[in-house]
Design a protein around this ligand. Structure first.
Ligand code: HEM
Length: 366
């Protein structure tokens, strides 16, 4: 193929993924329709993730009024927010609960988009930007965990960063040094300290949210340009108007989500789910608390990591990342039936590891 042909083919490829002729209010809003069928509930999942992201932006901005990103004051400022700022405990609790709810919504959204084959041509960019959004969402969870600067958070972050460095032992030659360099760049100094807190703070409140907004913009533009995918084999029962019918239903789902979040945040302090005292400020001379674990949404990786050799998890997660990124091309000819079986297996694995991971760990390690 010569250069003009390559350029022409690339133009055709991009034009099919981003049909600018559809970039109008009429095509993207007035004429948009949503198929009605047995899996229609799945079309609410992306919107739900979007709603929780909005909650995180609002509650996170409110927390910023009082939070101090320094090793000496971070813990005390979080305690001050919880105990002395009017509504502070509620806002902090909503931020913590909504982060978990957002991750759960994103996971369900990914699984249903996969089962419905919503990644297929011409929606490759919607899918790939979705995988990036998943990475950013996990990144926000990981960086946010350190900010209260308590004993568990700092030690868990140390363990997380240490596992990045351990990747080096499996890489050849000069590449063996790369993970250590990555770890030290994130950490900012020899041990987890002020430089780490400053970097995690910058990542959590500026860099990752900006990256999220840019990627989300592309994701949603691509969704609006292509309309909703059919989602099932065969024709849907009927189509309903996106605006106002589906949009009002979306808002109703958001209203219920808000009520549930508000009531839970009001009644159940997030920390009460943990068996160790979260409120101990970090003490560099203190011991690593027993039973220290990451947040629940990392259990699917954490428990296998505790049970299996590190290299098995490393290979497994690299393959998983590559398969997720390559899904639109790897599974382009796979039937929805097979995709649905794979989805059920993946959901079962996530459920079992998240809910029974600890029991499985004790079964093997005593
Ligand atoms: C912060 C995270 C995310 C947000 C806020 C978000 C938001 C949305 C929204 C609002 C929609 C349209 C409604 C719907 O189909 O549910 C959508 C569609 C879609 N999303 Fe996401 N998404 C996120 C992450 C992901 C992830 C992790 C994936 C998969 C890797 C993904 C893949 C898709 C696909 C393929 C569609 C098109 C669905 C269709 O046409 O039927 N998204 N997303």
């Amino acid at each position: 193929m010569n250069l003009p042909e390559i350029i022409k083919n690339s133009e055709a490829y991009v034009a099919e993924r981003f049909p600018v002729e559809k970039m109008s209010y009429s095509a993207m809003v007035v004429k948009k329709e949503v198929p009605v069928h047995r899996l229609s509930w799945a079309y609410y999942m992306g919107g739900l993730a979007l709603f929780f992201f909005g909650v995180q932006m609002v509650t996170g901005l409110l927390l910023l009024f009082y939070y101090q990103p320094t090793v000496s004051d971070a813990h005390a400022s979080v305690e001050f927010i919880t105990d002395h700022v009017p509504g502070g405990s509620l806002v902090r609790n909503m931020h913590a609960w909504a982060s978990s709810m957002m991750i759960a919504a994103v996971m369900v959204h990914l699984l249903t988009a996969f089962a419905m084959k919503a990644f297929a041509k011409p929606r490759e960019i919607t899918w790939v930007t979705g995988v990036v959004l998943l990475g950013i969402t996990f990144g926000l969870g990981f960086t946010g965990y350190l900010l209260p600067w308590h004993q568990v958070a700092v030690n868990a972050t140390k363990i997380g960063l240490q596992s990045v460095q351990e990747v080096g032992q499996y890489l050849p030659g000069a590449m063996a040094e790369w993970p250590r360099i990555v770890k030290e760049t994130i950490q900012g100094e020899a041990a987890v300290g002020q430089a780490t807190l400053s970097r995690f703070f910058a990542l959590h409140v500026i860099i990752l949210p900006l990256a999220m907004m840019a990627t989300l913009g592309l994701h949603l533009l691509s969704v609006q340009l292509h309309g909703m995918s059919r989602g099932i084999d065969g024709p849907p029962k009927r189509q309903e108007k996106f605006f106002p019918t589906f949009f009002i239903k979306d808002l109703t789902v958001w209203g219920f989500a808000f009520i549930i979040l508000f009531v839970i945040a009001l009644c159940v302090p997030f920390e009460s789910l943990y068996s160790y005292p979260l409120f101990e400020p970090f003490n560099p001379k203190g011991s690593t608390p027993d039973g220290i674990k990451p947040e629940w949404y990392f259990y699917f990786l954490y428990y296998p990591l505790e049970l299996l050799p590190f290299w098995v998890i490393l290979v497994g997660s690299t393959v998983l990342g590559a398969v997720l990124m390559g899904t639109p091309w790897i599974f382009q000819n796979t039937s929805r039936k097979t995709l649905q079986i794979l989805t059920v297996l993946a959901a079962l694995y996530l459920f079992v590891m998240t809910v029974f991971g600890e029991q499985i760990y004790h079964m093997f390690k005593g």
